[in-house]
Design a protein around this ligand. Sequence first.
Ligand SMILES: Nc1nc2c(ncn2[C@@H]2O[C@H](COP(=O)(O)OP(=O)(O)OP(=O)(O)O)[C@@H](O)[C@H]2O)c(=O)[nH]1
Ligand SMILES: [Mg+2]
Length: 427
Amino acid sequence: MFVDVAEIRIKSGKGGNGAVSFHREKYVSAGGPDGGDGGKGGNVILRVDPHLNTLVDFRYRVKYIAKDGEDGGRNNCSGKSAPDTIIRVPSGTIVKDKETGSIIVDMSQKESFMIAKGGRGGRGNQHFATPARQVPQFAIPGEDGVSMDLILELKLLADVGLIGFPNVGKSTLISAISNARPKIANYHFTTLQPNLGVVSIDEGESFVVADIPGLIEGASAGVGLGHDFLRHVERCRMLWHVVDAAALEGKNAVSDIEVINKELACFSEELTQKPQILVANKLDLATGDQVKELEDYAKRTKTQFFGVSALERSGLDSLKKATLQKLKELPPIKVFESDFDDDFAKPHRLGSDNGFEIKVEDGVFKVKSELLLRILKSVDLFDYGALLYFQKMLIKIGVDAQLKALGIQEKDVVVIDGIDFDFEYIT
Ligand SMILES: Nc1nc2c(ncn2[C@@H]2O[C@H](COP(=O)(O)OP(=O)(O)OP(=O)(O)O)[C@@H](O)[C@H]2O)c(=O)[nH]1
Ligand SMILES: [Mg+2]
């Protein structure tokens, strides 16, 4: 089954929590803190598998959830980090954020991509002992993982896209010039899924052609197989517009061309901008007048024109050579740009940035910060050492400075993620 769109849910693992523990040994009193660090949560990674050419696997599995890191233990034992979860995709898969529709990554030129980083493990209390704080009653919890709903969209990678009505001989053509062996038959919609073929010319020179199911009038409104398959020629550098020059089905080849071009425009304006070569097929059966009409049309519209017979394999060499020549002038296969910066996984990681927001409402200073929220979850505020550590973090990430800049006074109320504090100058 050919599937070219899929939706999946991913989640990277949470980091393990740091441990609070103290060394215990016979005859040793008041052993120091020995709480180990939590292990790292598992990453979720996309990897291109060259053997895949459809997204059908995602019909059967839609959730990809990496394991959490293990918590730290006593005796300075670190928790185990979780393994990565690998999602295999065909080359040419475009990954979008389902919520916004933004493109996260186009896997056409990548081997792998970290889509969600696992949370960092929290630090155990072994790290927080200082001469002044010998009994640290706190440790840092692991960072949360990232969860996301993704849309995967496969857009095949080919230099030339074949378009045209059903039964004009597109599949015959691709099988005559390339290694592709699609089904060929004398009825409409023989081709139900796109096929790629590599056309080799001289040594080392080749290009890739994509054969897609036939289009008909109204395809953009879903008639026939619809125009969804045009997605697969969207990246193509140019198009071969194939027509039945002999008009075996009693239609006029020139008006057929116009109908298909209209359908292209309905799909996307960009497709109409792609250079086309008009390939008049079934020349073995066409009359001189029929060929002349097409030639005149090509001249009028300044379209390159080649008459061929895919069945008899005639005229194919000049078509291949001209195509290769044209491709040399054209930009490379389109790669869709990401709407995000390079390290996508990172900025989305909860608490990974030290950003915060302060609002002043009725004299109360309200602070919002992922990082502080995480720290608050972990520290025992009744423990003096833990409280001092928390205050230090306020200074370190700049909350203290901004509160002062906003004019805070001693004893003013600061609310940090729902907990009230009286402000004190820390010296
Ligand atoms: N006489 C003649 N017949 C041809 C030629 N090319 C293809 N045909 C025949 O036309 C019919 C349709 O060919 P296909 O290659 O399946 O056409 P298609 O455009 O891929 O059709 P769909 O997959 O349905 O869109 C088959 O019976 C072919 O043998 C040609 O150059 N000359
Ligand atoms: Mg076909």
